[in-house]
Design a protein around this ligand. Structure first.
Ligand code: CAA
Length: 246
């Protein structure tokens, strides 16, 4: 069997990097797709992942055509895309009464529109070949809502609606679509929360600590395995018990 090709958006980010490493260690050829303008971070990422089968490709996930061009480039240079992990995400936290339309739009475009933009370009290839694994990185805050995150919580909850709908559309074609909902992890995004607020959040986590990006990556690796074909339309919480329920 040919080596599976995996694309990870937000691939050089906090969770994305760990996901790229886990998938490469599982034998996949990984394409880390992210903004090409982040040159220092790209160089650091290349050092962190040296020796693994991971390549960087630039993309703007908010741009439908940029996502199409990415998909075509990968198919031409490496082959068909078997695994897509939508991990690109940003926050623009502020209470709704202060939220500017630009803060709403930015979060919607990067976190939710991106999922459409990528999936729309790769889904036909996956269904035609009869194999695909799509994982959308959502958030515990899409399940519970979070103070100061009307935009982010809406986008993350929206990702799961998308996941459930697409899962039904492609279930007969060997393609699974799932979401993973991380809790608070050791990433720059979480470290940007004011320290006192962050300490209050960690206090509420039953496991008593932040998650490690590798713990999210472990779940993605599991869902994207060839023998994970009966798990679809699911949301897997990985949150240290912060939100326990159906
Ligand atoms: N619940 C209830 N009240 C809260 C509150 C909360 N969680 N947080 C703040 N408040 C209160 C404050 O005590 C303050 O009250 P007073 O006006 O009576 O003094 C008031 O709300 C502050 O309101 P402001 O509109 O002035 O808000 P702010 O500008 O001070 O700060 C905020 C708002 C930036 C959103 C800040 O609360 C914050 O950073 N919160 C954390 C948000 C968060 O968890 N983000 C997650 C980022 S990581 C991530 O998203 C990854 C993932 O998927 C898990």
């Amino acid at each position: 069997m040919n080596q599976r090709i995996a694309v990870v958006t937000g691939g050089i980010g906090g969770l994305g990097t760990a996901i790229c490493i886990a998938l490469a260690q599982a034998g996949r050829r990984v394409i880390a797709a992210d903004l090409g303008a982040r040159t220092e971070r790209i160089a650091e990422f290349q050092r962190e992942t040296a020796g693994l089968d991971i390549r960087f490709e630039p993309v703007d996930v908010t741009d439908f055509e940029s996502c199409g061009a990415l998909a075509r480039r990968i198919e031409a240079e490496h082959g068909s895309i078997d695994i897509l992990v939508n991990a690109a995400g940003i926050t623009r936290d502020t209470t709704l009464r202060k939220m500017e339309p630009s803060q709403w739009d930015a979060v919607m475009r990067v976190n939710l529109d991106s999922v459409f933009n990528l999936c729309r370009h790769i889904i036909d290839g996956m269904t035609t070949r009869g194999f695909g694994r799509i994982v959308n990185i959502s958030s515990v805050n899409g399940q519970t809502g979070q103070f100061g995150q009307a935009n982010y919580s809406a986008a993350k909850a929206g990702m799961h609606g998308f996941t459930m709908a697409l899962a039904r559309e492609v279930a007969r074609k060997g393609v699974t679509v799932n979401s993973v909902s991380p809790g608070y992890c050791e990433t720059a995004m979480v470290m940007a929360i004011p320290e006192d607020i962050r300490a209050g959040i960690v206090d509420k986590v039953p496991v008593g600590r932040l998650g490690k990006p590798s713990e999210i990556a472990r779940t993605v690796e599991f869902l994207t395995a060839d023998d994970a074909g009966f798990i679809t339309g699911a949301n897997i919480p990985v949150n240290g018990g912060l939100f326990i329920g159906f």
